[in-house]
Design a binder for this molecule. Sequence first.
Ligand code: FAD
Length: 355
Amino acid sequence: PKTPRERVDVLVIGGGQAGLAAGYFLRRAGAEFVILDERRRGGGSWQHMWPSLRLFSPARHNSLPGWGMPPQPGTEFPTVDHTVDYLRAYEHRYELPVLRPVRVTGVYDSGEELTVATDAGTWTAGAVLSATGTWRAPYVPAYPGTADFDGTQWHTASYPGPAPFRGQRVLVVGGGNSAAQILAELSTVAETTWVTRRPPRFMPDEVDGRVLFDVATRRLSGAASGVSELGDIVMVDSVREARERGVLRAHPMISGLTDRGAVWPDGAELEFDSVVWCTGFRPALRHLGPLRLSRERGRIPTEGTRSLEEPRIHLVGYGDWTGPASATLIGAGRTARTAVSEAIGGLGRKRPNAA
Ligand code: FAD
């Protein structure tokens, strides 16, 4: 796609599930649009996740708008490969105009239009939907001693599967689904210690990830406040099996790392060969830097999906702050629909603060 200075009404950055859902609604609205994605192949960040990962709800509850995820033979909770296949087929089915690999380096205000600079030329657009996810911005909390640790440190985003950990002493940090599934897997080949900031909250065995979506939706409408009483961790088979082996026991958070291991607030120390930080992600928004939009805890202030300071910018995906469960397959569609209708509705309208 060496097409410098091409113009479209709407430009979508990112061709993962959120960008594809946006593409579906843009196509349906007859908009002139393009989706730019820096990866060589479709499937967004799913193609980089570890092979044993299981989605936390059955296939039909992981569906983008228009066409549901087909069930995966032999397993209720789909695998990563199945998810990637679905996203690629979805892109193909709706003939979404995704150009790859094209990396967006910056979005600029060029007056009437937004200019989108990439490593394959420059586009201009009336509106930009940012759907770049969080995978490129892994978050590791700051603890004393992390630079001194002689072992290896990993993050959910770099977790390679269990092979390199065989026979090791491994510290797993974090209280969410990633930590629980990684712990479950590692504890079959390594001696694991699990630490969380507060006691982990397991969902009842009979409940799956569908309720996370329901709770996020109810919270938005004011019907539920605070965190879910149901828990955070979905008891997929591997996690249930780890509980039966007695390894699903969390300890209080460490106060820091040492050269050989970790130390706790009461002075206790343990030695480790590796630490796996399952401590989450931040929105990957560096490409919006040139617009100098303000940030609150890494997020751009929005009303719904639209940036408050630059209404031609719309954020799709990323998490509940752009729409209930917008970072999940089932939630991406609703957020994308809002963003597309606002983006198209705002086309040609001047910025409120423009002269
Ligand atoms: P991504 O999938 O990351 O796609 C963004 C795309 O944008 C990528 O292809 C990237 O290459 C591209 N991009 C980024 N920056 C640029 C740039 N500057 N220029 C051009 N292209 C760019 N969700 C569920 O629904 N069910 C689950 O069971 C579930 N389990 C999960 C388990 C784990 C361990 C993790 C980490 C996440 C899980 N999620 C689950 C959430 C889900 O995987 C992610 O939230 C989802 O992949 C986000 O989709 P996205 O389209 O927003 O971003």
